[in-house]
Ligand binder design. Structure first.
Ligand SMILES: [Zn+2]
Length: 248
């Protein structure tokens, strides 16, 4: 799970809040990751189409930097778009999204407004988040969106049901696992490993290589975070912003 990539200025693409900064990689750092992943695949350890490289939020760098690098090394990306932000500063417009789709990448929904905790909303709002977003994207790409990623990783059964109603078959959450859940509604729930600025190539390759130690480490951190989040509710974000400001 990646987010934005930038050439010069960390504010070129995507969300501008302090919380988003640790997830943005430089274009050089990103290309080194993708080159290493390609090499790993080319050594016969995995097929390139078995690697799901996902990108959250819908930043302009998906089109300007990320897609060209993926294409150079023979990968397709999963690009998840927050639809209310389409065409605003730092985010892709309709044409760029349609272009990525036409080049064979996967366009998916990342909700309409990127609520802080979508799992806490009443069901009607959850459904409207996914419906508005999927309908907007279906129009833009002239095809049916089949994939989603959950903002902030706040997966819930209600989101799953609302996504089913909208024809979404593949749901990426933020649970660091390689286990894929397949349910009776014929949907696949797929975990992801978070890549941040400074995540080393060795760490990325360890995750690819079925290294259970680094997977367990991410899983343990995620469990801890999930517990803290549910205890703090919306205060989690306020506290996280303050903590990030103090460490920068
Ligand atoms: Zn997001």
């Amino acid at each position: 799970m990646y987010h934005d990539v930038y050439h010069h200025d960390i504010k070129e693409s995507g969300f501008q809040n302090t919380g988003a900064i640790p997830y943005k990689l430089t274009s050089r750092e990103f290309e080194l990751h993708i080159r290493a992943i390609a090499k790993f695949c080319e050594s016969g350890k995995m097929n390139k189409n078995e690697v799901a490289l996902t990108f959250d939020d819908g930043g302009e760098s998906f089109h300007s930097i990320i897609a060209p690098i993926l294409e150079k090394y023979g990968f397709k990306g999963y690009f998840f778009v927050t639809t209310v932000l389409i065409g605003t500063r730092g985010f892709m417009n309709d044409k760029q999204i349609a272009d990525l789709h036409n080049r064979g990448h996967f366009i998916g929904t990342h909700s309409h407004t990127h609520p802080k905790n979508i799992a806490e909303l009443p069901y009607a709002e959850i459904e409207s988040e996914w419906t508005k977003s999927v309908e907007t994207l279906n129009k833009i790409i002239s095809a049916k969106v089949k994939v989603a990623s959950i903002p902030g990783g706040f997966y819930s059964e209600q989101s799953r049901i609302a996504l089913k109603k909208n024809g979404v078959e593949l749901i990426f959450n933020s649970m660091p696992t390689k286990k894929i859940d397949h349910n009776s509604d014929n949907q696949y729930i797929i975990g992801r490993f978070t890549i941040k600025k400074g995540t080393t190539i060795e760490a990325v390759l360890q995750l690819m290589n079925n290294n259970s130690v680094s997977q367990f480490y991410q899983f343990a951190k995620w469990r801890g975070l999930a517990l803290i989040r549910s205890a703090l509710g919306n205060n989690y974000y306020r506290i996280r912003e303050v903590m990030l400001k103090n460490t920068n």
